[in-house]
Write a protein that binds this ligand. Structure first.
Ligand SMILES: Cc1cn([C@H]2C[C@H](O)[C@@H](COP(=O)(O)OP(=O)(O)OP(=O)(O)O)O2)c(=O)[nH]c1=O
Length: 195
């Protein structure tokens, strides 16, 4: 049985898009980068913590495979998580303006005897943003709950000049990599619905 250790509605939608049947398990894992911890190591560690916390919450279910994922925006070795408020969101967008940043998504699949990782790094170039554009975007409320303070799947699409990598990875769950990971656990999607 497949579980998704995530409170993110995007991750649920993305995993459902692949056709997997799964249940959500609630976990609450602190996201704190250790001093000097490389960004990709940090993202991977948090994703693994989420998967492990999910396994622990399920107790001794021998057939459970739990997915944990984490997504962060990285610019100049600095990690941008979810903005704390309006000013924080505006400051992140100011930093991203006119530049290319990385979006790092890690996914771990953990079972009783096996844990495997997929790591996905995408590059996103933002258009130059003036203060009015930043204020207008923050006022939509969309930056909140999103790494780097934007949503490529929402109005944030108007800020993104160029993407190289995985669109679903930027949204929080890289689908190609996740499908490959789950195949390694012998998990296949359910039958596609006929239209
Ligand atoms: C850059 C970007 C991030 N995001 C989201 C994906 C993630 O949900 C979020 C980063 O926060 P995460 O800590 O990765 O995830 P989460 O707290 O939303 O969910 P959970 O830990 O319960 O799984 O930012 C977008 O939706 N669109 C984007 O364009």
């Amino acid at each position: 049985m497949l579980y998704l250790a995530s409170q993110s509605p995007r991750r649920r939608e993305l995993l459902a898009q692949l056709g997997y049947r799964f249940e959500v398990v609630d976990v609450d894992v602190p996201e704190l980068r250790a001093a000097g911890e490389p960004p990709q190591d940090y993202v991977s560690r948090v994703a693994l913590d989420k998967a492990r916390a999910g396994l622990a919450a399920l107790g001794a279910r021998g057939d459970a495979v739990v997915l944990g994922a984490d997504t962060e925006v990285v610019l100049d070795d600095e990690v941008f998580g979810k903005p704390a408020g309006d000013e924080d969101a505006a400051a992140m967008l100011r930093r991203l303006s006119g530049r290319t940043h990385a979006v790092v998504s890690a996914v771990w699949a953990a079972g009783a005897t096996q844990a495997e990782r997929a790591l996905c790094v995408s590059r996103v170039r933002f258009a130059p943003l003036d203060e009015a554009a930043i204020a207008a975007y923050v006022a939509t409320g969309e930056p909140f709950g999103k790494a780097g303070g934007y949503a490529i799947q929402g109005r944030g699409a108007a800020l993104v000049e160029y993407l190289e990598g995985s669109y679903s990875g930027v949204m929080g769950l890289p689908l190609f990599e996740t499908a490959r990971l789950l195949r390694g656990f012998g998990l296949a999607p359910g039958r596609a619905l006929s239209r």
